[in-house]
Write a protein that binds this ligand. Structure first.
Ligand SMILES: [Ca+2]
Length: 329
């Protein structure tokens, strides 16, 4: 404890006029006249600094004022430019508003044009399909035309063949006609043979039946009618010659009779009576109507002039006649 107390300095106190000082062991040295001079120097330094500051301020103002003014002017100019631009932008905005309607109308028109283009595109596709189809048809037609040309080249040969065929056809028709004629002739021959086999004789499209049983004129006519015939008429010299030759001198009734005792002669099969022709076939002196009872005619002699009138009640052979009618095929 005594050591620590010994290390703490002893305090000293002095009063020098107006100054009171405390110091540790020793009193402060005497300042003398230097302390009196320190105070005015500080004031002068402050004045100098202030003066320098003011001077610097003035200089700076002199230097920077024009620059400052220019800057302000530039700012004003820029502000005016900006205002102008703002005005322009405002004008552009109104124009944009105005143009928006036009743009919308244009958009509608563009959509319409697009729709039209789509329609045209589909039309074009259809046209292309049509063109393809037409092309296919043209190719088919071309092939057919080539076939036509080939056929056209074959026409002369075909024409020659056709001529040959036509000639052959004419020959065939001729042969066919001949065959038909032959067939008709054969049929005719067959018909005639059938009639001949039944006792009929054929002469120039007529059949004649010379009976073997005598009958009165009327009964003979009845018999002939039962065979689709009549007592014969005589219409030509050749027929007369055929009849009297076959009769061979025997008496045969023919189909000539009178309409009543004083009537004219007529043919019972309704053939018109040719008086001039018939006049050549009477036996000279006939018809004499002997006993006023001879109203029917018969062949009596084997000559052209062979007719005689006789009593219709006499029983004589008789000659039936029927025309040849071709039977149905
Ligand atoms: Ca007589």
């Amino acid at each position: 404890m005594k050591a620590a107390e010994s290390e703490v300095p002893d305090a000293h106190f002095t009063v020098d006029k107006q100054n009171v000082s405390l110091w540790p062991r020793e009193p402060p040295p005497k300042t003398g006249p230097c302390l009196v001079l320190r105070k005015p120097l500080t004031v002068r330094a402050a004045v100098i600094i202030l003066t320098l500051g003011l001077t610097a301020s003035v200089l700076l103002q002199a230097i920077f004022y024009p620059w400052f003014m220019r800057t302000i002017s530039d700012v004003k100019t820029n502000a005016q430019l900006l205002k102008g631009r703002v005005d322009n932008i405002s004008t552009l905005g109104s124009e944009v508003k105005r143009n928006r309607g036009s743009v919308e109308a244009t958009g509608i028109q563009v959509r319409m044009v697009n729709a039209s283009l789509d329609h045209m595109r589909s039309q074009i596709e259809k046209l292309e399909a049509g063109v393809k189809k037409a092309d296919a048809q043209i190719q088919i037609l071309t092939r057919r035309w080539e076939e036509v040309i080939d056929l056209n080249a074959q026409i002369p040969a075909l024409k020659r063949d056709l001529d040959k065929a036509s000639s052959l056809n004419a020959k065939v028709r001729g042969l066919q006609s001949s065959l038909e004629n032959i067939s008709k002739l054969l049929k005719r021959q067959n018909d005639i043979l059938q009639m001949v086999s039944q006792g009929w004789k054929y002469f120039k499209e007529n059949f004649y039946y010379f009976s073997r049983i005598p009958k009165t004129w009327y009964s003979a006519q009845q018999f002939c009618m039962s065979r689709d015939s009549h007592l014969t008429s005589v219409t030509s010299e050749s027929e007369q010659e055929f009849l009297y030759k076959v009769a061979g001198g025997l008496f045969y009734w023919i189909g000539l009779t009178k309409a009543g005792s004083e009537g004219d002669w007529y043919w019972v099969d309704n053939t018109p009576f040719d008086k001039d022709l018939s006049a050549r076939f009477w036996i000279p002196g006939e018809p004499n109507n002997f006993g006023n009872n001879e109203h029917c005619a018969n062949i009596k002699a084997s000559s052209l002039q062979s007719w005689n009138d006789a009593s219709c009640d006499n029983k004589l052979f008789f000659i039936c006649k029927r025309p040849y009618i071709p039977s149905e095929p």
